[in-house]
Design a protein around this ligand. Structure first.
Ligand SMILES: CC(C)(COP(=O)(O)OP(=O)(O)OC[C@H]1O[C@@H](n2cnc3c(N)ncnc32)[C@H](O)[C@@H]1OP(=O)(O)O)[C@@H](O)C(=O)NCCC(=O)NCCS
Length: 179
């Protein structure tokens, strides 16, 4: 199995080309695209605007009903490519507790099944620990077996499965100890 060296880094202007190339990889794979854990990058054709959006998501003062989050790029250190996105929410709202969790992530279609998500999640668990969070909630759709496998690999303990409510899929809610 090929060993990949990765880092998770807060996006900066110098990451524009690599980040937008990664975004394009997602966009090429489907029209109606939501990229979990990416700070809604699917909605931004302008990198600077996305950067400002991520920075404002990390401001101490957030609008009612929102909590601070830190956005990271998942970087392949060997290739110097951005291969995905991971976002750490610093606390939970009722919605995040029920459904969204502390951490969201996505790996670009071309880079999947190489271990990037599992490694990125481990690094993000360390970031959460530094924020004083002892365990994080991570959720996945009931049929998202790849995501569930990643959560289990980092030690996830299943809390429950949320009921299916109309158009919203049931979610599996896992707690993971930070490291
Ligand atoms: C879920 C997602 C993040 C997983 O990313 P990933 O980088 O492919 O995940 P990993 O490679 O760490 O692990 C996934 C699988 O690849 C396998 N894998 C890891 N390295 C591998 C390698 N070198 N060769 C073959 N398989 C490998 C893992 O064992 C795992 O498979 P398993 O089910 O047999 O355990 C990715 O599919 C994705 O972005 N999906 C869309 C967005 C999404 O669902 N996000 C999560 C929201 S909760």
């Amino acid at each position: 199995m090929e060993e990949v060296a990765i880092s998770i880094v807060v996006p900066m202007q110098k990451h524009e080309v690599a980040t937008m190339a990664c975004r394009q990889d997602f966009m090429d794979s489907g029209a109606d695209m939501h990229i979990p854990g990416s700070g809604e990058i699917q909605d931004f054709t302008n990198f600077k605007e996305w950067l400002l959006h991520c920075q404002s998501n990390n401001n101490i003062n957030q609008p009612a009903g929102r909590v601070r989050s830190t956005q990271y790029l998942v970087m392949d250190e060997g290739k110097k490519h951005v291969v995905g996105f991971i976002q750490l929410r610093h606390s939970l709202t009722q919605y995040l507790y029920q459904s969204g969790g502390h951490i969201g992530y996505s790996i670009a279609p071309r880079a999947r099944k190489k271990g990037y998500a599992t490694k990125a999640l481990r690094l993000c668990l360390k970031k959460a620990k530094l924020l004083g969070i002892d365990k994080v909630l991570i959720t996945c759709d009931i049929d998202n077996l790849d995501s569930e496998s990643v959560i289990k690999k980092v030690g996830g303990k299943l809390e429950n499965i949320t009921p299916n409510e109309g158009l919203t899929k049931s979610k599996k809610r896992y707690w993971v100890k930070t490291i």
